[in-house]
Design a protein around this ligand. Structure first.
Ligand code: BGC
Length: 810
């Protein structure tokens, strides 16, 4: 059964005051007395037995190989072991000690972005940003942003990036990395989209899943954030995302579900309200969806200052971060208040036991109780303090991986007249400040990357890391040009159009670099308060391209952007012969670009979002307005129809569709076959029969992550052949077409893979579909069900380039 539903009782925006003792006098919403709240523990670790080859017994330290992505890892037994240890430890603690496990030490109270205190022989925890590296620490790698990792559509690179980032966090003595971040790109302008994996729930789920398996295999605890519906920066703490239950399950909660299946250690609830209740005190999303439906066994931490009450302990919050009510207030909603709430019988002590157990279980799950686990050896708040910074170099050879991901995430959007790849161009000019190293003070000129005056390789905010070095396009291209004796020049003034045009005269090729930046709302850059003010190229980019294209018949545009940019002002210009969408490629950005431009790597990146012809073509727009304490209502009226789902349904032609990307070769698809996967374990047969009959499944704890629901049910096989003259990688994509009466979008991504092929080579490829992939969320029965009717699918090279079609033998 579901835990009792309390969320309706807990209103938003209440005021709280701290008494002299630090204990809150907490007025609750009108008419609701502080009384005793029941607590139903959920979940207890499942006892589903592992079946070799079907559900391998998995410790997060030893996940299934990335090649076998269809295997569903069974992490429950590992959780079981961790819970046993955690319960034994918690049994030795006093109430105050248990509360201390759940309560951060306060803003800047330790060396990491968040810290919990030592309790007994438990050493406390270091919680540290970011989803692309170790923030504000030296001798680390600035990895490509998650949006670029997703743009590769390569599980192996998503995993490898997770592993490498995990190793760096462990090397610095971090217990919990505050990532991955997997909000969906509902709003094209939303400031933090680049920290996530794009605008499709399947792609974002895969990105999150592989990243978490990678991070945790290295030994660091992952934290999936921001849970949930934090889809824009404007008024992120003072807006309510109002989302219907089906959309919530099928779109926004999907990456979190998949994260739980990866053995996720922790979740960060978001700053916004969800359907009128703060995300960090939302019984429906925390206890209901996350802990009950998904069977999440780790712990939920609050967003930094995203907690609004002590009673949020009852509605599912397990840890407060950074611990104080407002930064440095000296008060906490947990701490002395949580103790008092237990002592006056408002909150059962069993709930505090559960909170502490979850936190310790996650620590044991990753083996962080080992005496060899590195101690924190840096200090984010005092990076110049020699006593607390040991300057440990954790970079290893991760730059090689960064370069590989950078190249694999470049999307070739246009290529005419054989413009690319380069064949020893004689005279090459690069134009635009985005090609250049930072002009004044190196790659870390702006705090948390809150500004840009050179090339753009990440956005801004808490999702960043310092660049130990940054290879700009200028440096990489000049080095490469020397090898060919190319005459190489540059022009970095974005606003002197005459100068730029003159620089492009008598050149065999002119590359114009444009960019578009965004980030987190605590920093404003050029008037953009986190979210972008528009989808136009920054720094005069459109005019620059047009000025150069007017002079040079072989103008190539490179775009470094956080997300979609409207390219219509110049995309069809006959002198714009090629466009490379390079995104945010991290510390090796320039080298990765050279690999693509010179054909050392054949482009295989695919767009993780739609590039529209006009901003108004997107189904959801940035919600603006709202002042003071007002709560801005953001109603997700578009429902399931975000990004390409809307373009398809409304028959709007995109400029470049979701999943699109060119190659220097071409691929042929043939011989589609679809077959059911047999051999179900006995324990699953009745569930499967029930599902096949279109009936709901039992609402047990973990019903949505049940192994039977996610194991392969159908195999879709086809042959891909490289029909061109150079080796290349194709990204075959599988889109499902639900029966129309289901109300699903015309096509939804349900699978992809990557195939590397020599010229002429053909390979049989298989993508599997699970029952979950074929289900819709039924709001009445609160269950994943199979709809009646015929399910067809298409396999192809993008969401609009279908090559093979078939029907699922259901
Ligand atoms: C951000 C989180 C981040 C946390 C700690 C918050 O403001 O939204 O993404 O992990 O701060 O820096």
């Amino acid at each position: 059964m579901r835990p009792s539903i309390l969320f309706v009782l807990l209103g938003a925006g209440r005021t709280l005051s701290a008494s002299a003792t630090g204990v809150l006098t907490q007025p609750l919403p009108s008419g609701i007395p502080i009384t005793s709240y029941p607590f139903v523990p959920s979940p207890s670790p499942s006892s589903e037995p592992p079946i070799p080859g079907v559900y391998p017994l998995t410790s997060p330290k030893n996940p299934p190989s990335v090649e076998n992505s269809a295997l569903v890892p069974n992490i429950a037994p590992a959780w079981g072991v961790a819970y046993k240890k955690a319960k034994a430890k918690v049994a030795t603690f006093t109430l105050e000690q248990k509360v201390n496990i759940t309560t951060g030490v306060g803003w800047q109270g330790g060396r990491c972005v968040g810290n919990t205190p030592p309790v007994g022989d438990f050493p406390g925890l270091c919680l540290e940003d970011s989803p692309l590296g170790v923030i504000r620490a030296d001798f680390v790698t600035a990895f490509p942003a998650a949006i670029n990792a997703a743009t590769t559509w390569k599980r192996s690179l998503l995993r490898a990036r997770g592993v490498a980032m995990g190793q760096e966090h462990v090397g610095k003595g971090v217990n919990i990395v505050l990532g991955p971040m997997m909000n969906l790109g509902r709003i094209a302008q939303a400031g933090r989209n680049w920290e996530g994996f794009g605008a499709d729930p399947f792609l974002a789920s895969t990105g999150a899943y592989e990243t978490i398996l990678g991070l945790q295999s290295a030994g660091v605890q992952a934290c999936a954030k921001h849970y949930i519906n934090n889809e824009q920066e404007n008024r992120r703490s003072q807006s309510s995302s109002n989302v219907d239950d089906r959309t919530q399950h099928e779109i926004y909660a999907a990456p979190f579900l998949r994260s739980v299946m990866a053995g996720l250690a922790s979740v960060m609830c978001s700053k916004n309200l969800v359907n009128g209740t703060h995300a960090c005190e939302n019984n429906s999303t925390l206890n209901g969806i996350l802990k009950h439906e998904f069977g999440f066994q780790g712990f939920v931490m609050s967003e930094w200052s995203g907690q609004y009450s002590t009673i949020s302990a009852i509605t599912g919050l397990d840890m407060t971060m950074p611990g104080d009510i407002t930064f440095n207030s000296g008060t906490s909603y947990f701490g002395a208040n949580l103790t008092a709430y237990v002592q006056n019988n408002t909150i059962p002590e069993a709930r505090v036991d559960d909170m502490a157990t979850r936190i310790l279980a996650a620590w044991y799950l990753l083996g962080q109780d080992s005496p060899n686990y590195p101690k924190t050896n840096f200090n984010v708040f005092q990076p110049l303090d020699e006593a607390t910074n040991e300057h440990v170099d954790v970079q290893d050879n991760h730059g090689v991986l960064v370069r590989e991901i950078g190249a694999a995430s470049a999307v070739l959007l246009k290529n005419v007249n054989g413009a690319l790849p380069f064949k020893k161009p004689r005279r090459l000019v690069i134009i635009g400040s985005d090609a250049a190293p930072a002009l004044i003070a190196g790659p870390n000129e702006f705090s948390d990357q809150g500004g840009v005056d050179g090339t753009l390789a990440m956005g801004w905010g808490s999702g960043t890391a310092w660049f130990t070095y940054l290879i700009s396009p200028y440096e990489a291209l000049q080095a490469r040009a020397r090898k060919d004796h190319t005459s190489f020049s540059w022009y970095f003034d974005d606003f002197n159009l005459v100068g730029a045009a003159n620089a492009a005269v008598q050149k065999d090729v002119a590359i114009v670099f444009v960019q578009s930046d965004s980030g987190e709302e605590y920093i404003t850059v050029d008037g953009n308060v986190g979210d972008r003010n528009n989808l136009t190229a920054w720094h005069n980019g459109d005019a620059l391209v047009k000025a150069v294209a007017a002079q040079n018949k072989n103008t190539i545009v490179v775009v470094n952007s956080v997300g979609p940019v409207i390219v219509d002002p110049w995309i069809d210009h006959p002198n714009v012969t090629a466009v490379v969408w390079a995104g945010l490629a991290g510390t090796e950005a320039g080298n990765a670009l050279v690999d693509i431009l010179y054909g050392d790597v054949n482009p295989s990146g695919r767009l993780p979002y739609t590039i529209a012809k006009s901003p108004s073509d997107y189904s959801a727009q940035l919600a603006t307005g709202g002042t003071g304490d007002q709560i801005l209502n953001i109603t997700y009226t578009e429902g399931l129809f975000i990004d390409y789902r809307h373009f398809d349904a409304a028959n709007i032609a995109p400029r470049f569709e979701f999943g699109f990307g060119l190659s220097y070769t071409t691929f042929k698809y043939t011989d589609l076959s679809i077959s059911a996967v047999g051999g179900s374990p006995d324990q699953d047969k009745s569930f499967e029969a029930n599902w096949a009959a279109g009936k709901p499944s039992p609402q047990v704890v973990g019903a949505s992550t049940a192994l039977w629901l996610h194991r392969p049910a159908f195999e879709v096989s086809f042959t891909v052949q490289n029909a061109g003259k150079v080796a290349g990688t194709e990204i075959p994509q599988l889109y499902l077409h639900f029966p129309p009466h289901t109300g699903e979008p015309p096509s939804v991504l349900r699978g992809f893979t990557d195939v590397e092929l020599q010229p002429g080579q053909a390979q049989r490829v298989t993508i599997t579909l699970s029952r979950y992939d074929l289900s819709i969320w039924d709001v009445v029965s609160q269950s994943w069900i199979r709809s009646s009717g015929s399910f067809s699918l298409s396999v192809g090279a993008s969401s609009r380039d279908f090559r093979l079609k078939g029907t699922i033998p259901l």
